[in-house]
Ligand binder design. Structure first.
Ligand code: ADP
Ligand code: ASP
Ligand code: MG
Length: 412
């Protein structure tokens, strides 16, 4: 059972979480619990670290950020004890949850679940585990897993203890066809395939961290997204179908729609390089230095030159890396040999996702037509087997998302 920040925002909500846990324990289930920091806490910690020094040591950033989850784990264990559930809190280093040393976005390497299972079997002791954090064994330092990382902690622990299911309790009652805060008509999906969820999450739907979906897919953990705001007493713990969304194997989904969901991200920036020579080696000269600077390039569009000499090349980078990417390109100007750069951070990427696209033609063409009718200009397009993404002006994000949501019949 994993509970996110809004679900543990204050002591009252932590009491509510404790009743969800008690319900499952009383029903005879063996459970482990993962918690996030209380709502807003991680943001506050990030802000303090930045205020202390904009360019701080990533190891200390992790030392600061990991504190949020430690507080919630202890509080939930106290509240559980108070209602008669034997519980013990665990921090990442105590379990331990071993990770790489990529501070700020570490990957989980190994978790030993044996101790958790033993304590539950012998003493009915529920482990309350601080999400988002781990330990780099060689240096003995605390690490964190990247924003939203408690989802990944939960799925990794579920895999380590061979759980039947990993329930992610959050502030919505499942995964919707689009972000319900932006598309009021979005509908909850009963089931969604791992591949589709992976695309939704990586293209902007923040409901699950991408890495958690990857882990679920690799280790075959059934992930169930559900609401913590339902009254714990109203739920039948033996029911296999409480309201929520199951993320599962494609084969388990009977009725497959062509389009399953629409995601969007405003954390994008566009860079265009004007008049680059149209000859072999130019793409390498541009993207090599960007890769060396650890800047992720996403959409890439290059024209075939009209005069056989020069062309334009456009691509996107995370908005946070925009200034750095420009600096890298200015530095390599003579090596690349372009005329000038222009770009914008006022762009958004809107993506349409669905496994059904594999076997249907013309899905993207419908979108181009619908957006044109709304006078929305498309700056760049990328496609893959089960999704396509469109880069547009950020001001039109909501309109584009809602238009596409209706177009593909998701409002119904
Ligand atoms: P938690 O704190 O529980 O981890 P998050 O804020 O990380 O919760 O994720 C839940 C939020 O994700 C929802 O409040 C919702 O606004 C947003 N969200 C974005 N896209 C979707 C989607 N397709 N389905 C459901 N929620 C979504
Ligand atoms: N507290 C961390 C964050 O806000 C991890 C999480 O909530 O999943 O990113
Ligand atoms: Mg989250």
């Amino acid at each position: 059972m994993k509970f996110g920040g809004t679900s543990v925002a204050d002591i009252d909500r932590i009491r509510n979480v404790a009743r969800h846990v008690k319900r499952e324990v009383d029903a005879g289930h063996e459970v482990a619990v993962v918690v996030s920091a209380m709502a807003g806490v991680t943001n506050q910690l990030v802000a303090w670290a930045r205020e202390a020094a904009p360019l701080h040591d990533a190891r200390e950033y992790d030392a600061v950020l990991a504190s949020g989850e430690q507080v919630t784990a202890g509080l939930l264990a106290i509240v559980l004890e108070g209602i008669g559930v034997n519980a013990r809190s665990w921090q990442g280093w105590q379990l331990p949850i071993l990770t790489s040393n990529a501070h700020g976005s570490a990957r989980i390497d190994e978790i030993n679940g044996a101790e958790l299972i033993k304590r539950f079997r012998e003493r009915k002791q529920v482990a309350v585990i601080a999400g988002f954090q781990g330990l780099h064994k060689e240096t003995g330092r605390i690490t964190t897993l990247g924003r939203g990382g408690s989802d990944t902690s939960a799925v990794a622990i579920a895999a380590a203890i061979q759980a039947d299911r990993c329930d992610i309790y959050t502030d919505v009652d499942g995964v919707y066809t689009s972000d319900p805060r932006v598309v009021p008509r979005a509908k909850r999906l009963e089931k969604i395939a791992f591949e589709e969820m992976l695309e939704l999450a990586s293209l902007g739907a923040k409901v699950l961290q991408v890495r958690s979906v990857e882990l679920g897919m690799v280790h075959n953990v059934r992930i169930f997204v559900r609401s913590s705001f339902e009254k714990p007493e109203d739920i039948d713990p033996m029911s296999n179908h409480p309201p929520g969304t199951l993320i599962c194997d494609e084969a388990e989904i009977m009725e497959q729609q062509v389009v399953t969901g629409i995601a969007f991200s405003k954390d994008e920036a566009q860079i265009s390089i004007r008049h680059v020579p149209d000859k072999p080696g130019v793409a390498a000269a541009i993207f090599g230095p960007l890769a060396e600077a650890n800047i992720n390039v996403d959409m890439i569009v290059q024209n075939v030159s009209a005069d056989g000499a020069t062309t334009d090349l456009t691509f996107t980078v995370p908005a946070a890396d925009y200034d750095r990417a420009n600096a890298v390109l200015v530095k390599s100007k003579s090596a690349i040999g372009y005329d000038h750069l222009d770009g914008s951070t006022d762009v958004a990427k809107v993506s349409v996702i669905g496994i059904g696209m594999r076997s249907h033609a013309g899905v993207a063409a419908q979108a181009f037509k619908a957006l044109a009718a709304r006078q929305i200009n498309i700056r760049a397009i990328t496609t893959s087997e089960i999704k396509f993404s469109l880069l547009i002006d950020a001001a039109y994000t909501e309109l584009a998302v809602r238009t596409l949501h209706s177009l593909y019949g998701l409002d119904k």
